[in-house]
Design a protein around this ligand. Structure first.
Ligand code: NAG
Ligand code: NAG
Ligand code: ZN
Length: 254
């Protein structure tokens, strides 16, 4: 009785908070700051595999697009672990198109030194170099990638953090470029979907991107473009992951 009352209250509170955040969007972030300044940010999202963009970065991509900013995707492998690189590459273009990012803003790196492999960390300097080249090419002024844990502790994901962090700590990126890492949350929070608004709003992360329900559906549709990846447990992920609804980002210090 008492337990169901508490559960009911928490659920109710999460629903109200989610609706409030969705409608009011009271967030201060690089996107709203750029919007106020009357300019459009050029946001580069760096991922490791085709599907990372919608499984993990959906709210970031969709919210920045909604606010009218430029979005570029850089994926550092074709996802060739199961020798399906060609298929996965095509799936990434489809997914990006559903999210609203045209093919010319998507770059996929196919480099034998950056193999898709859970157990292989990528060379930090090489990752840094690829990202730097792309920052220059796209004139990006915001760079977003994984944090050191990389959502799922996949070594390729963490490698991206180390690459970007290398650029930041050696002062190779111009001062005006903002760099953020996607905050990884505990397993306990990972599959709580929109209920994670409660801990997320309390997080000390500087930036919160929240997808309203239509945007969540869009990210789910983008994920469905990754047909080769739709094994049964992915459906659970799509239905319950908080990363389909909420992204919290932390700035990388200089
Ligand atoms: C794609 O890149 C072009 C060229 O920089 C840019 O003008 C456009 O806004 C980008 N598209 C999106 C959806 O961000
Ligand atoms: C979601 C995700 O990152 N999946 C990856 C799991 O690991 C394999 C092998 O490295 C990748 O191909 C998947 O993309
Ligand atoms: Zn991945």
């Amino acid at each position: 009785m008492v337990v169901s009352l508490i559960v009911g209250c928490v659920l109710g509170l999460a629903v109200v908070l989610y609706l409030y955040l969705w409608v009011r969007r009271p967030f201060e972030n690089f996107a709203s700051a750029a919007e106020r300044a009357g300019c459009r940010a050029r946001v580069l999202v760096v991922t490791a595999h085709p599907d990372d963009e919608c499984m993990f970065f959906g709210p970031t991509v969709l919210e920045t697009l909604r606010l009218g900013h430029h979005v570029f995707l850089l994926c550092l492998s074709t996802g060739n672990f199961e020798k399906k690189g060609d298929t996965r590459l095509r799936e990434l273009y489809q997914s990006a198109a559903i999210l609203g990012v045209p093919a010319e803003n998507v770059t996929i790196v196919d480099d034998p030194d950056l193999p898709d492999d859970m157990n292989k960390a990528w060379d930090t300097k090489l990752v840094a170099q690829k990202i730097m080249e792309h920052v220059i090419k796209t004139s990006a002024n915001v760079v977003i990638t994984f944090d050191p844990y990389g959502v799922s502790s996949h070594k390729n994901h963490s490698s991206l953090y180390h690459g970007v962090n290398d650029l930041v700590s050696r002062g190779h990126l111009p001062e005006n470029i903002l760099v953020y890492a996607l905050e990884s949350v505990s397993l306990l929070r990972k599959y709580t979907s929109f209920l994670d608004v409660l801990p997320s709003t309390l997080s000390s992360a500087s930036t919160l991107f929240l997808s309203g329900y239509p945007a969540v559906l869009k990210a789910q549709r983008a994920m469905c473009a990754h047909r080769s990846q739709l094994v049964w447990f992915r459906w659970l992920y799509i239905a319950f992951s908080r990363y389909m609804v909420i992204n919290t980002l932390r700035p990388l210090g200089r």
